[in-house]
Write a protein that binds this ligand. Structure first.
Ligand SMILES: [Fe+2]
Ligand SMILES: [Fe+2]
Length: 142
């Protein structure tokens, strides 16, 4: 696992990557870039749901429930792009961007506590689950 980032750094790195993709798309619709964004965001959320969220719910079940709700909201916003006309794209994208950024911000507030609480073995397990889930989703959606 050495060459792969541990879960917390990986989560933050992916947040910044996804924000950069959202910004890029705000400059203009591009089908390929949108598909990349959808894949990255879906894989990211599924990986968290398989690793970080169950662990987090032992620490702070309220925060974990709130994060789950935020994922549902983001997924429902994403599903609306299927029917999108190019003219509608930017308004859907800005709703998605707002929801995603707010969720990332809240989620990152949980990380210091998680870093403090989980021991090295737990972090290793969560990192493995995160990377494995992400790999499977990317395989399936490619
Ligand atoms: Fe995240
Ligand atoms: Fe999340």
């Amino acid at each position: 696992m050495s060459e792969k980032a541990m879960i917390f750094d990986q989560m933050v790195n992916e947040h910044r990557d996804i924000e950069a993709m959202l910004l890029e798309l705000s400059k203009g619709y591009d089908k390929r870039k949108f598909k990349e964004l959808r894949l990255a965001l879906t894989a990211h959320m599924s990986a968290e749901e398989a690793s970080f969220y169950p662990a987090m719910s032992d620490l702070d079940s309220g925060a974990a429930d709130k994060a789950d709700e935020a994922h549902k909201h983001v997924r429902s916003l994403l599903s609306k792009f299927g029917l999108v006309e190019p003219a509608d794209f930017q308004s859907k994208l800005s709703a998605l961007t707002e929801a995603v950024k707010e969720h990332f911000r809240t989620e990152e507030e949980l990380l210091p506590k998680a870093r403090q609480t989980f021991d090295q073995q737990k972090v290793g397990e969560l990192s493995y689950l995160f990377h494995e889930t992400e790999r499977r989703i990317v395989e399936r959606m490619k």
